[in-house]
Design a protein around this ligand. Sequence first.
Ligand code: AMP
Length: 215
Amino acid sequence: MKIILFGPPGAGKGTQAKLLSEKTGLAHISTGDILRQEVKNNTPLGQEAKGYMESGKLVPDALVTEMTKKRLSAGDLKNGFILDGFPRTEAQAKALDAILDGGIDTAFYLETSEKVVVQRLSGRRVCPTCGVNYHLTNMPPKKDMMCDKCSVALFQRPDDKEETVKNRLSVYLKESSSVLNYYKKQGKLENISGDQDALVVLKIVLKKLPALLKK
Ligand code: AMP
């Protein structure tokens, strides 16, 4: 099964992908996570991507597509995968269809209001060691802004700061309709409200999967 999670930053794509991956055994592929790792390792790709990411812009299609193609050719995807954060442009969606035999099965669109997005992103804090996300009010750590598991101080992603969030949202609004229309035309788009609690969204997605597998 090949699934895409699509929606604005803060829609909960990463959270859903993680929960879904645990429930179904599908591999979770996050292009944002791969890029952050490249930046951390100071690789040539990381050096190129850094400036775009820090200012909330999209990393150029050619770089991200090549990186995703490489990840999709790894040997751990026999059962399928959940793509989180890719595609973000129509060009990436087309490139993905060219990479995959028969394209994707379903694109879940987590339609999320701006109010919820801003509330989620401004309160998000991340563990630098294990990468787990917390939230100042919705999911605070047990103690002193430290990761429950790793006991290291949580940090705010530089691109979750207010100005960059605004940029990321406007980039998303500019590119999203073409991606949505692309999958709508293929009859592969499933709308779900991303404003809902993560476990409610997960339940809806899980309920839809068996029927989608039969298509
Ligand atoms: P995310 O963690 O998915 O919010 O991604 C963080 C940042 O990585 C984005 O704001 C972009 O700068 C970059 N990025 C991740 N995925 C893509 C993509 N598919 N196309 C272009 N840039 C991306």
